[in-house]
Design a binder for this molecule. Sequence first.
Ligand code: ADP
Ligand code: MG
Length: 615
Amino acid sequence: MTENSSQPQPFQAEVGRLLDIVVHALYSQKEIFLRELISNAADACDHLRYLALSEPGLGPQKYAIHLVVNEEEGTLTVSDNGVGMNREELQQNLGTIARSGTKAFLERLSGDAKKDINLIGQFGVGFYSAFMVADHVKVISKKAGDAATHCWESDGKGAFTLAETAKNLPGTDVVLRLKSEAREFLDEPRLKQVVQAYSDHIPVPIFFGEDESTRLNRAAALWMRPKAGITAEEYKEFYHHVAHAFDEPSLTIHWKAEGALEYTGLLFVPFQRPYDLFDPRRTGRVKLYVKRVFITDNAEGLLPPWLRFLRGVIDSEDLPLNISREMLQLNPVLARIRSGVTRRVLSELQKMAEEKEKYAAFWDKYGAIIKEGLYDDYDFRDDIFKLFRASSTKGEGVSLEEYLSRMPESQDCIYFITGDNAAMLKSSPQLEGFRARGIEVLLLSDAIDDFWVSAVGSYKEKPFKSATRGEAKLDDIKKPEEPPAERPPAPSTEALIKSLKEIFGEAVTDIRPSPRLTESAVCLVAGDGDVDIHLERLLRQNKALGYAPRRVLEINPAHSLIRRMAEMAEKGEKEPLADLGWLLLDQARLLEGEPLSDPRAFSQRLTRLAEKAVA
Ligand code: ADP
Ligand code: MG
């Protein structure tokens, strides 16, 4: 019995929301609650095993998980002798949602029950899944090294209580009072079936009952077993456990490195993009084991940050078992494992790239992360370039090799344009001239693109060049097999440019006729020595650039409006010219996604001209 029962404490709002969904809707497969509780129990054993490396008295002789049934009371207890939780940890871990991913996930829930179930099915709810089968849950836990035991209790309806109680050995008992429709989980055969389906690979033995006579799982570390004997189902269940995920892995890589360096790797690419990938800490989630002993699940330096979407296990034979997490990073063996693992992953991804559709889906999710490696990791740059794909003016999923192979001989650089989304980029006026001449331009729409192109410079000696920066010498690029595109003779724009320069003053740095345009009247480009337009906007958003944008206005001499304006300029018709000029400049700004410098003046001009048009 529990004493000193505390006042009920409400769950954090997100937990309440989650519980509501868990209890009322959720899964057809209620049995997965057991996998979740066993997964937590096994993690707790792993953690204590690690702590006991430096403090041998702390852990038990043997780690084990017991499933104990009480028919009369209708309870199922999942019991472990792992690390346990103290009062604060019970409160924190079972009353709030700390995982950043869960919060992000909950924010995405719409309130539309059907959609929510679908989403949550891919996500998983961990401990709270206990309330799918139980109307009352008790967690009795004693933290290893502590004297006190605490009991957490809840009926999953908005609040929980915490109280002191007593327990012999460190560890945790999760006591579920099963709902009447979930009494099947009192039966040994049913429990055995569920354990074997979901938890056979758990490297801690699971027993039925209080003693060790009935063992339910095989308890061999899955990654140590020969590949040939492991089914896809077993890999998937291990992935669920190790990644705390619910989807199917879209790639499984399992290998053993032998020779100077010995380790086993079992890595997964999640199908669902993890929610914390854009967290600025860029921490990895692959678990490091040393000779089957869990060491840490965020070993800095085990994988490069640009592979942080991977989940799984690396188990080293060479690292010392008693290594502290702090010293790990300095150990040269770790750096060698990292480069071995990276090489392996890159080569597997390259194999995957042969399946076009599958690879496109992969790149769509993780390309933006991998591209960080282009400036982060010089050693792997060439391999990453092999994986690189982008949309272009000529297609989707274009590789750099494809781009180079299509490039006319006289073209000496790789053209790209960056922006917030590929569809909008495609219709940028700056690309008109490229398209008319059949010159391919890569459409780069990840925020990271601006950074790597400027850091990397070139690929196979062809420099990357922004289609929106500097003078485009497009007419120098000749395709011998094609006749030059026909263009009407352009009128002189000298007088117009002179007048516009007077009108605009400091608003633009230069005005010139454009080889980029065929349909639009004007566009803005960055000067040769200036920061690219999109990068500049990003920097300004992040307050990394203090000064106002510097822009060159390019005008299309063949455009009928520009022709008309050129005539006006020659005749000295100043007044409508100023209005037209400003409108064109503002319109070019709008197309760039820039704010108008003076929206009021813009609308007055527009109205004046519209009035004339209908007069
Ligand atoms: P996750 O396992 O993905 O972290 P859970 O909801 O399953 O999320 O569990 C929340 C946290 O509660 C765990 O991270 C762990 O710290 C703690 N926990 C749950 N069960 C146990 C247990 N049997 N022993 C020790 N800690 C536990
Ligand atoms: Mg869990």
